[in-house]
Design a protein around this ligand. Sequence first.
Ligand code: BEZ
Length: 211
Amino acid sequence: MALRLGDEAPDFVAPTTVGPIQFHAWLGDSWGILFSHPADYTPVCTTELGVAAKMKPLFDQRNVKLIAISVDPLRSHMGWILDINETQGIKLNFPIIADPDRTVSLLYDMIPPQATNANTVRSLFVISPAKRIELVLTYPASTGRNFNELLRAVDSLQLAAEYPVVTPANWHYGDDCIVSPAVSDTEMLKLFPKGARRVKSYLRYTPQPNA
Ligand code: BEZ
């Protein structure tokens, strides 16, 4: 069954390029991003893994662990990593799950029912330390994902987890936030010492609380 926002991220044990992983234990108290690739030795996937590896320090800063998956076996992953390192000018620095029997791919509904092969699409799940699914992305094989957008979304999720704020369209770290509709005008004055700007009863801005 499709996983929805707020569902518990299913736990599993799987072989990976850094050894077997029990997913929940591996996540520990971190946030996680689990993202699938249609297949090894494919061009778009190669660039995605290269970009993710380059940006890993930015995910580390946010306490987010990265883990990729494809339905190809471990031996194939190991050879492909050499190509990724060579062509993308990096050293892959996070695990790739090998899922040849599709256990994890089916658990996370990464293979469309009408697919003519066993390849996953580009599914991506952001998972909170409480092991809840906080964000789901599904891209087709033809379209590489934007990892800057992922960082931006993680910043928004982590902010909303800590403060009663939500973030507007095209928000970036440091921009004004929107006061959560659940907060009354009276509470707002107490909760946001940096002040708040009331445009409409339902549209109230405040400086980012932790910036
Ligand atoms: C790719 O990652 O480049 C890719 C994978 C499957 C189909 C087409 C492209």
